[in-house]
Write a protein that binds this ligand. Structure first.
Ligand code: FMN
Length: 272
């Protein structure tokens, strides 16, 4: 029991030294050794498929270390150590999809071989890289919105002079009652406790045109994405695949190479 843990720890440390220049940005963060995946966890696959659905709101409850460990292993972990193969298939077994994990304290890179999280950048970058969608303007006729005039009704019924109501005209020195004021602006939703960013590095494909490599990258990313969605559906977590994100910010924050394509992100948290 002690030996595999020790080997993994050493392999994490070696990987850390290898990627040291990038990690200078993450001086405040430490490598997180993940727990062995709980392979007995969750609904059977058919029941998970029956409840899978994208969600848009997450509670503030944090994921436990076991949740995070199982989520990442399910997403693209090592499931056949003897061949180094993963839970997600990839074209030519290029294993091109990396998972960056955005959390409150910083961004980490999932290292499947040693099943650990390597620090990349300290600080909370969730809202900056994955800005929430601006709230949709409420529809006319909804509370707080004027009902548009109906052109047919206007034609049919000529406007009548307003009946005296006995009410005083509004006094400009007295603030209007709260009901008459503009409706409060909705607050942007809180980011999910964890956002997984799927980045394909197309330089890992040993053959093929650039166009073909981008096609494989998108397919491989979709396979990891579905692993995440099914794991969440099976374990009561909520997620949603999203293509929308601030790619420029992400590129400069993570110092991505031109061959690294951020393709999808998955907020993950307990459902509200
Ligand atoms: C490739 C892809 C990109 C998506 N991008 C976004 C996105 O940027 N924002 C978002 O809110 N949902 C996004 N979605 C989620 C879809 O809107 C959602 O899957 C769809 O409405 C079907 O709902 P369901 O997942 O519950 O079946 C994306 C889904 C996929 C597969």
């Amino acid at each position: 029991m002690f030996r595999p843990f020790f080997t993994r720890l050493v392999s994490c440390l070696l990987m850390f030294l290898f990627l040291a220049p990038l990690f200078l940005l993450a001086q405040d963060l430490k490598t997180i050794q993940l727990k062995d995946p709980d392979k007995k966890r969750g609904l059977p696959v058919m029941e998970a498929l029956a409840v899978r659905a994208s969600v848009t709101e997450w509670s503030e409850k944090e994921l436990s270390l076991q949740d995070l460990s199982d989520l990442l292993w399910a997403a693209n972990g090592l499931n056949r150590p003897e061949s180094g193969k993963r839970t997600a298939s990839s074209a030519m077994n290029a294993q091109d999809v990396d998972i960056y994990v955005f959390m409150k304290d910083g961004v980490y890179l999932y290292e499947a071989k040693s099943h650990c999280l390597l620090p990349v950048v300290a600080g909370d970058h969730r809202s900056e890289c994955f800005p929430p969608r601006p709230p949709r303007p409420s529809q006319p006729g909804q509370p707080g919105q004027p009902t548009p005039p109906s052109p047919t009704r206007e034609k049919e019924t000529p406007a009548r002079p307003a009946k005296p109501t006995g009410q005083q005209p509004p006094n400009p020195l007295v603030p209007p009652p709260p009901s008459a004021m503009a409706p409060a602006q909705p607050q942007p939703p809180l980011p999910a406790p964890v956002i997984l960013l799927l980045v394909s590095d197309i330089s890992r494909f040993r053959a093929g045109s650039d166009e073909l490599k981008k096609e494989w990258a998108a397919i491989d990313t979709g396979i990891v994405s579905q692993n995440i969605s099914l794991f969440c559906a099976a374990t009561g977590l909520g997620t949603r695949p999203r293509a929308s994100m601030d790619r420029e910010k992400i590129r400069s924050l993570l110092q991505l190479k031109d061959s690294q394509l951020p393709l999808l992100n998955h907020p993950v948290g307990y459902k509200k």
